[in-house]
Design a protein around this ligand. Structure first.
Ligand SMILES: [Zn+2]
Length: 262
């Protein structure tokens, strides 16, 4: 039954045209995946009080395991919005290992598209292709269909939201930016976190990038201590939005073969 569903879903998702002519059947609840229509929800803030969702974009990359170790040591669950082929190829053995480690440690893995384009510049089919390829990789490597998508640069339009809705995903932006990808120094990013805790908002979705050694080894340890000292709890984006599902499909991952290529 599951294999049946998976193969149909894979076939359907790879063909954007099915987005407007999806098979529906009340007897096949699994087709919820491709039945949902309208515009995807867009979240830029958490709803749970006193909660911080740390998010890490643009991986998987070489600092991911180090970040996961630090999070685990602090009892923190966070969210990684990963690409398929950006700083590294998601199918490299070392990348597979770090991604599986992050997932198995309980961190939420979301989509950040395959190659990190500005989705608002793409056609309907191109948007689906960018989404589909990283979803396939996540289904193979960790056995999930992501429910959460962060559009690169935070850029989206109704076409992106429509494609995301069909793919049963919500969009997550942020309300705090460490600016590590905008050239901020360690001191500047740390100051932004200091300013944040001084402002003491009820909750935070914090944007970080796992692709900088300084983020992994300097800014993140500082941020965790500063946020903990202020009494914040830490959660994934699904948890901080009131306990929504982390994924819309969870199953056994696959085994690497010659088709796992970037
Ligand atoms: Zn990004």
């Amino acid at each position: 039954m599951f294999v049946h569903y998976l193969s149909l879903a894979l076939a359907a998702l790879s063909t954007a045209r099915l987005a407007v002519a999806v098979p529906t059947s009340d007897a096949e609840p699994e087709f919820e995946l491709i039945r949902r229509q309208g515009l995807a929800d867009v979240y830029s803030s958490c709803t749970e009080p006193n909660t911080v969702a740390l998010t890490f974009d643009d991986g998987p990359y070489i600092y991911e395991t180090e970040i996961v170790d630090l999070l685990n040591k602090n009892g923190i669950k966070a969210t990684f919005f990963v690409n398929g082929y950006n700083w590294d190829c998601i199918y490299d053995d070392s990348v597979i290992a770090s991604l599986q480690y992050a997932y198995n440690s309980g961190h939420l893995i979301g989509s950040h598209t395959w190659s990190h384009p500005d989705l608002t510049t793409l056609s309907w089919d191109e948007i689906h292709d960018e989404m589909w390829k990283v979803e396939l990789a996540l289904s193979r490597i960790i056995g999930v269909w992501p429910a959460w998508m962060r559009p690169p640069y935070g850029n989206y339009n109704d076409l992106v939201r429509s494609a995301s809705a069909i793919r049963n995903q919500s969009l997550v932006i942020w309300d705090f930016d460490s600016q590590d990808s905008d050239g901020a120094s360690v001191q500047e990013s740390e100051q932004y976190y200091t300013d944040l805790v001084n402002q003491h908002p009820s909750n935070v979705i914090a944007l970080n990038h796992e692709t900088y050694q300084t983020t992994a080894e300097q800014v993140l340890p500082f941020a965790i201590q500063a946020l903990k000292a202020k009494g914040y709890n830490f959660a994934t984006v699904a948890e901080c939005l009131g306990g929504k599902p982390a994924y819309h499909g969870v199953f056994s991952p696959g085994t690497k073969d010659s088709s796992w290529t970037c």
